[in-house]
Design a protein around this ligand. Structure first.
Ligand code: EPZ
Length: 417
């Protein structure tokens, strides 16, 4: 299993070009099954979640090939409506396939995705939405069988603005008879991007980005050649890498408005953060101030996917910070690893109290999930001595060459097998 070795105390300085959004691309790959025409997704990040989603499409009978940094998908010969257990377990977002498979084939079968290291991750809101669309659901055992012979539009109110449920219902409703309205929909930028992607194929969706989305059923979809938005979480991770090392960075190809919540918090630490068009500039002070409170919330609140990374940053600030993880039940697996590096953190239920220390020290630590792994790399960059990060296959799920990019920015980091 590959590991990362980080020799800390090197300032991050320089410029990096941000990758395209993992969470936008995964939803678009799922939506590709809705059309039998060619789909081109440009500037696709080379990450394992994309590889695994592509494997699922191939399993369903689609053709998927890389052409440079574009993924070219042809689902004209798609014929299967069932996602095998092994692949569904590999990738939580396989559940996003239910909606588009139902839209295309009017039936679908997928293993229950189950939880992961950040929480239980139920799918009750997905199921409730499908039932409202006149889809019959059989959840016996650990497989979900859906029968949507006659999908009818409806008004659906989500108990919680779930990203996956919003996207899944949107895709299931694309060919529904009549109009579907999703209320209390998630407002994440990736959802507006999915709307634009489907509309570019001939869909009729409006309102994504707000809490009310309307999907007017259409007969068929055509082809699309699309460049998704850039990854707000990866951009935020690199800003934090510069902040935690007292360095400076220019992140290009990003949407500052997608991470205003992070920019505001980084300014509270007295980092200087400016932005112009698709670039964000950060210069860190010698000593970072702690942040009184950070609460993760649905967009446009502070993103749960940056909680681990900013918690790592708080460990080396001057003062005490309170972090509240409101989205997932157990998204603090990185804390035990940070304690090994000398961090002072107390976790109680969804709260983490972080008392800043002058310095962390290198240790042998383990990544339990994607963003927790990124947080350990952040801590390693700032620590005295050598940090070995194990389980980096989690990091490979969402970051395109994290080590190589950090190296180009001055970090002493290498990947060892
Ligand atoms: C998406 O996951 C993202 N994944 C996650 O990013 C992200 O953390 C999350 O949205 C929140 O922003 C992808 O887009 C592939 P949710 P998703 O449904 O859709 C509860 C990363 O690191 N819930 O918005 O699974 C759920 O338990 C990943 O890139 C229900 O109760 O998230 C959680 O508490 C991690 N019932 C909350 O909603 C449901 O039916 C948010 O979940 C569905 C969700």
């Amino acid at each position: 299993m590959d590991k990362l070795l980080v020799k800390g105390n090197k300032r991050i300085n320089g410029r990096m070009r941000n990758q395209t959004s993992k969470n936008a691309v995964l939803a678009m790959l799922a939506a590709s099954i809705l059309t039998d025409k060619e789909v081109i997704i440009r500037q696709c990040p080379k990450i394992t979640d994309v590889d695994n989603m592509a494997k699922i499409l191939v399993e369903l009978g689609c053709k998927v090939k890389w052409e440079g940094d574009s993924l070219v998908i042809d689902c004209s010969s798609a014929h299967r409506h069932e996602i095998p257990h092994s692949l569904a377990k590999e990738l939580r977002s396989s559940i996003f396939m239910l909606g588009p498979i139902l839209g295309r084939f009017h039936k679908a079968k997928v293993a229950y995705p189950g939880g992961c290291d950040i929480g239980i991750r139920p799918i009750d809101l997905h199921i409730k939405g499908f039932k409202a669309l006149n889809i019959d659901i059989d959840e016996s055992g650990d497989t979900i069988c859906c029968d949507g012979k006659d999908i009818k539009g409806n008004i659906i109110h989500l108990d919680f603005p779930s990203v996956g449920a919003t996207e899944n219902i949107m895709m299931a409703a694309v060919f529904a008879e009549g109009t579907t309205v999703i209320k209390n929909a998630a407002k994440e930028p990736e959802i507006a991007d999915l709307q634009n992607f489907i509309n570019a194929m001939g869909g009729k969706i409006s309102g994504a980005g707000s809490s009310t989305i309307e999907i007017e059923g259409v007969k068929k979809l055509g082809s699309v050649d699309y460049t998704p938005i850039s990854d707000r979480i990866v951009a935020g991770t690199y800003l934090i890498a510069a902040a935690i090392t007292g360095g400076s960075i220019e992140v290009e190809n990003c949407h500052p408005e997608h991470i205003y919540s992070l920019i505001t918090k980084l300014r509270e630490t007295t980092c200087k953060v400016e932005y112009f068009n698709d670039k964000i500039y950060l210069t860190a002070p010698k000593t970072l101030q702690s942040i009184h409170k950070i609460e993760t919330m649905p967009f446009p609140g502070f993103p749960t996917d940056l909680q681990a990374q900013i918690l790592a940053l708080m460990t080396v600030t001057n003062g005490t910070s309170l972090i509240v993880e409101n989205i997932f039940e157990t998204r603090y697996k990185h804390v035990a690893e940070l304690l090994k590096m000398g961090a002072k953190i107390t976790v109680k239920d969804r709260m983490a109290i972080v008392r800043g220390v002058p310095k962390l020290y290198g240790a042998n630590v383990y990544a339990y999930d994607l963003r927790g792994g990124a947080a350990l790399v952040m801590a390693g960059l700032a620590a005295d001595g050598l940090t070995q990060i194990n389980g980096i296959h989690h990091i490979d799920r969402g970051y395109e060459d994290l080590a190589g990019t950090l190296q180009s920015l001055g970090a002493d980091i290498k990947r060892i097998t």
